[in-house]
Design a protein around this ligand. Structure first.
Ligand SMILES: C[S@@+](CC[C@H](N)C(=O)[O-])C[C@H]1O[C@@H](n2cnc3c(N)ncnc32)[C@H](O)[C@@H]1O
Length: 258
């Protein structure tokens, strides 16, 4: 009998941000292929009967290439096992979930997808940054910083007037900020970088389009991190209401509408 594959969105890394459906899928799994950014620390408890396979990148640990992950999914399912592919955030947000689903379909394997809490929204929220806020921003765009953005993309992003959320954007921060400024965004636009959201050591670095590269260098900002560009950054507080208030007033947002 052929088994099945369930792609599970593991959320931004904290176990209590798994969905109930995710917990049930893990309980029923025969094998779990998990990523570095998924909540893997409690996996022996959450998936007590499963073989656990680490396919994620970590310093000193060689990542398994994407095509090999897909081959593993198919191989285990063809051996009749219930395979859970536990991914960070949501499987369909910059997570190559679509490729894994297609690989299963091509092999004739049934596949379900359980959505997860995406870091794109949750991590800015963990630092007190709402992606939309009445009177400040009514739209947000999520982009990958893995490869530099094209001039066309930068023109649209700089002209949209909403919030920009960049995943995998630490290395490309200089080209992003220079590109947005070159395409007309004010160099005073606030920018935040939120590292290790929901993890011990979560930290937010705040600056402007003009100086965030310097601030990030000085603070030795590292991945995983989310970059947020937009006026909503003025509302950042990291859970500290007093700091938030000070920041709002300093930024001239005393009359923010709620
Ligand atoms: C390959 S993408 C996967 C995104 C995932 N599918 C999601 O929906 O969150 C990995 C990037 O997500 C971001 N990320 C994921 N979890 C994070 C966390 N806990 N804190 C900060 N950034 C995170 C980082 O930008 C990281 O480089």
């Amino acid at each position: 009998m052929t088994g099945q594959v369930t792609l599970v969105g593991g959320g931004p890394g904290r176990e209590d941000l798994l969905t109930l459906a995710a917990v049930r899928a893990l309980e029923a799994a025969d094998v779990v292929l998990y990523d570095r950014l998924a909540p893997y620390e409690g996996l022996t408890r959450l998936a007590p009967t499963a073989e656990l396979v680490d396919v994620g990148k970590r310093p000193g640990h060689h990542a398994i290439p994407q095509h090999e992950i897909e081959e593993l999914l198919v191989e285990h399912a063809l051996a009749g096992r219930h395979v859970v592919r536990l991914k960070g955030g949501d499987p369909y947000v910059l997570g190559r979930g679509g490729e894994e689903v297609l690989a299963c379909h091509r092999a004739g394997i049934a596949v379900d997808v359980i959505p997860g809490v995406t870091s794109a929204v949750a991590v800015p929220g963990a630092a007190g940054i709402p992606l939309t806020h009445r009177g400040i921003s009514h739209l947000f765009t999520v982009v990958s910083g893995h490869a530099p953005l094209t001039d066309d993309e930068l023109t649209h992003l700089a002209g949209l007037g909403g919030t920009i959320v960049v995943l995998m954007g630490v290395n490309s921060l200089p080209s992003l900020t220079a590109g947005l400024a070159r395409h007309g965004m004010s160099v005073d636009m606030p920018v935040a970088i939120v590292e290790r959201g929901f993890q011990p050591g979560q930290r937010t670095t705040i600056g402007t389009l003009a100086d965030i590269v310097f601030a990030a260098g000085r603070a030795h900002v590292t991945s995983p991190a989310i970059v947020v560009v937009g006026d909503v950054v003025r509302l950042a507080h990291d859970g500290d209401a007093e700091a938030s208030d000070l920041m709002r007033r300093a930024a001239g947002f005393a009359a923010v509408s709620t």
